[in-house]
Design a protein around this ligand. Structure first.
Ligand code: FE2
Length: 184
């Protein structure tokens, strides 16, 4: 039986759920930049809480969703080029999650008064995170996700939804879908 997964605002197509997760990551980048811009002797509490919620749970799930797409791409294209791109992307995901842990500790300490907020140090960490993540998303878009979008009909015939459901079951925290696509 095919797995069903429903994303934000009732998105039912598995590939669209993955794309929506990428949009959520872009939302995080915007929030981190705004947070850095507003830093003073205090942090914007609401914005910091929203970033922390995403860094703690959704970021890992959304990256694993991307990796589910990569595994399917790897089944279609077994060339060294694709395999290398997948390795690079996956290694960057690991680094981002490690960096997210460090940034979370700093943000929580500043937010709950366990340490005096050092705007320069925290601002540097925030800017590193959103710069790295933004560049990573842009790079994926012209490499692996460029190919994935072109072959999405092939991907849709596979059990991508099943893997997305497993990603959510494997994660201890319930997925919070808190970012919305900006309206232009
Ligand atoms: Fe990624």
């Amino acid at each position: 039986m095919a797995s069903m997964i429903t994303g934000r605002e009732g998105i039912a197509d598995a590939f669209e759920v993955v794309l929506d997760g990428r949009e959520c990551q872009r939302g995080l980048c915007r929030d981190l930049e705004t947070l850095a811009d507003r830093l003073g002797v205090t942090v914007d509490e609401g914005l910091a809480e929203r970033c922390l919620a995403y860094l703690h749970s959704d970021l890992a799930v959304h990256q694993r969703d991307e990796e589910a797409v990569y595994r399917l791409l790897g089944e279609f294209d077994t060339g060294d080029g694709v395999a290398q791109l997948i390795r690079l992307a996956t290694n960057e995901h690991i680094r981002h999650r490690e960096y997210a842990c460090e940034l979370s500790e700093w943000l929580e300490a500043a937010l709950h008064g366990r340490a005096k907020c050092n705007p320069d140090a925290l601002g540097y960490l925030l800017r590193c995170m959103f710069d790295n993540l933004s560049q990573h998303l842009a790079w994926e878009e012209v490499t692996l996700f460029g190919t994935a979008r072109q072959t999405r009909e092939l991907l849709s015939g596979r059990d991508l939804a099943g893997q997305l459901a497993r990603n959510r079951r494997a994660h201890p925290a319930r997925l919070r879908l808190i970012y919305s696509v900006p309206s232009h």
